[in-house]
Each structure stands twice: as C-alpha cells, then as structure tokens.
Design a protein around this ligand. Structure first.
Ligand SMILES: [Fe+2]
Length: 352
C-alpha cells in the first residue's frame, strides 16, 4: 500500500511508489525511485504537488496546525500577509474615494510576493489554514481568495496572464464593501432583512468603483457577479449559468469555501470536509460543475496526511481521498484504516 504525501513532506530515502509524468505525458520519474536531493529538485522544478510513496517509508509526515505555526516559513508568511492586507485596505479605500487609476501591477506583485513565500500550493494552503484563527476581516478574506484563485488558475492550466487576472478578480471582488458600515459586516449572528439589503448592495457598489478603471473587464464582472448563482437564485440580478462570467463563477466558489471555513468572532469555521459535503449536496446547481468539481477534488487532496479528530474521539491521519465520495476520506489510526465512505456515522470533527 502506498501513501500520498505533499511535496513539502518528502524526505531523502523515501521510495516513490507510482510513476510521475510530466504534463505532456512523458515519464519524469519511474516507480521505485529512491528520493535523492536531485529527485527532490526535479519534483520542485516540475511543480509536482503530491507523490505516492511506499508506506514503510512514509512514517514521519503528519503536520499539525500547531507544528506549521512554529515554522520559519509560516512566520515570514504571517508578516507578509499582514503587510499585504494593510496595503490592500488603504489601496481599496483610496480607489473607492478618488478618481486615481488603480495600480493593478503593484497589487499583482503583492500577491505574487506572498505566493512565493511558500514552496508549493500545499504549503501555501496549509499556512492560510493556520491563519484562520487570527481574524476574518474583509481584506484578509480578499487576500485569501486571491491566493486561492491563483492556485485554481494553476489547476486549470491558465496562462500566466489569465492567472494574474483571476487573482485580481479574487483580490478586488469585495471592493464594494469599503463603504458598507463595519457594524453590519462584522455583526455576529443573523442580519435583519434591512441589514442584508445593505450588504447586497456591495456587488453593484464594487462595479461602480471599478467601472472607469482601465483594467480587465473580467475583474469588474467578478465584483458585480460573485454573488450570482447558476440556478438564478443569486444577487443582484438573478443571472443564470451562461450569463455569469467564468472568472466570477470561480471567485464565487472560492469565496463561499473561504467564508465557510473561516473563523468568525462568534463561531468557529466549519471543518473543510463538512464544507465539501455541503457543496456536494447542494452546490452543483448553484455553482458551475466544471469548476466546482475540479476545486473540490484538488482542495480535498491538499488535506492528505493531515491529522484529524473524528466524531468518535479517535485521532488519525487522512491517508486517501475517495474519488467518488470526496467528503469521506480514508483515515489511518495506528495500524487500522477507517473508510469514512463506509462508516458514515463517523465524521471528521476537526483538522488538528
Ligand atoms: Fe461579496
């Protein structure tokens, strides 16, 4: 049996259990290759995110949230995130209240810079997940969505240019919230109908702020359309399927995922696997299936090897994702394996 691990968890001496191919289908590394520093380098160069290794070699790999927070890479990322968030706050407020041109190149550079603080997508998502206990301000959420859009762009195989536009779509999608009263945005618990009506104005407000800017039209569309749903139940216009811009559809999915997993002052964020389950149960009519499925498949894979606590109190590691049942992975507890797809009475309570 092999175990899938993230690239940042590989160690010299482990043995690769399944062949690794380049994007064009050419073999990169054959199976049974022992990892050397050179192999590690190749995997990095070809942006390989996970590998399957022989289980006997896969021992010291689980990385808990607490352990990640202690790493130097996390501390650097944490500082970078704080600076980017502050810059975004002042840039957006400035853009909303003046006619000056929005400097998208600087914004792109900020996100890129943050992106480069991680060696790969999994490490980046891990560090973003660890930041969730800090705060949930609009700007942190926007930077999160921008980073995840960047990753999604890679998963979709977009060009560098399109990836930057998608990233900006994420960064600027909530710009219309700049003038929504903070007490409504941060209100704990349910909003009144009047308050929700005020919140619902932010896509149109956002579009108006960006309208005159000489920026890609898809960024404006994302600000305006990121609360539209494919079945017509969204706002502000109740657009359906094809009427919604593709990049806006992607931002919508990531926006919902980040909002549901984020901690709020008044509630803890939902466990990612519960969010995945909710999105599978009711998401395929609301969100474009071609983006939703790819996102869910790839995001669940990033949790492989994470330590978890189950609803029966046991703790173990996620060792495999069930392709046909993404929200119910296989958990290893000591020498035992529990397939949550079969034992549906047991759920993942928390990622540790
Ligand atoms: Fe929004």
């Amino acid at each position: 049996m092999s175990t899938r691990i993230g690239i940042e968890q590989i160690q010299v001496g482990m043995v690769i259990d399944k062949p690794i191919y380049k994007h064009n289908g050419v073999l990169l590394i054959p199976r049974q290759t022992t990892i050397t520093p050179r192999v590690q380098q190749l995997l990095k160069e070809y942006l390989v995110e996970y590998i399957d290794i022989e289980e006997k070699a896969a021992m010291p790999i689980a990385t808990s949230t607490e352990a990640i927070k202690e790493t130097e890479a996390f501390k650097v990322f944490d500082q970078g995130m704080l600076a980017t968030t502050e810059n975004l706050r002042s840039t957006l407020s400035h853009v909303a209240h003046t006619d000056e041109a929005l400097d998208v190149q600087t914004l792109v550079a900020e996100v890129d810079n943050l992106f480069k603080k991680a060696d790969n997508n999994i490490q980046l998502l891990d560090m973003m997940y660890c930041m969730r206990s800090y705060d949930d301000l609009t700007y942190t959420h926007s930077v999160n969505v921008a980073l995840m859009c960047h990753i999604m762009g890679r998963w979709l195989g977009l060009s560098e240019e399109d990836m930057q536009v998608l990233s900006l779509c994420g960064l600027l999608h909530d710009v219309g919230k700049v003038d929504i009263p903070q007490e409504i945005i941060t209100k704990p618990g349910r909003l009144t109908k009047e308050e929700f009506d005020v919140i619902k104005e932010h896509p149109v407000k956002g579009y108006k702020i960006l309208e005159k800017q000489a920026i890609d039209e898809r960024i404006k569309a994302a600000a305006c359309m990121h609360h539209e749903k494919c079945d017509g139940t969204g706002y502000p216009k109740g657009l359906k399927g094809e009427q919604i811009d593709d990049f806006a559809k992607i931002v919508t999915i990531i926006d919902v995922y980040d909002a549901m997993t984020a901690n709020r002052i008044y509630r803890k964020g939902m466990c990612p696997f519960k969010v995945v389950e909710a999105l599978i149960d009711e998401g395929f009519e609301k969100y474009d299936p071609k983006y939703l499925l790819l996102f869910l498949e790839r995001i669940t894979e990033t949790y492989i090897n994470k330590p978890v606590r189950l609803s029966n109190g046991q703790e173990g590691n996620i060792v495999m994702i069930n392709k046909n049942d993404l929200s119910h992975p296989i958990i290893q507890i000591g020498n035992e394996y529990i397939n949550l797809s079969i034992h549906k009475q047991i759920t993942i309570e928390a990622i540790l």
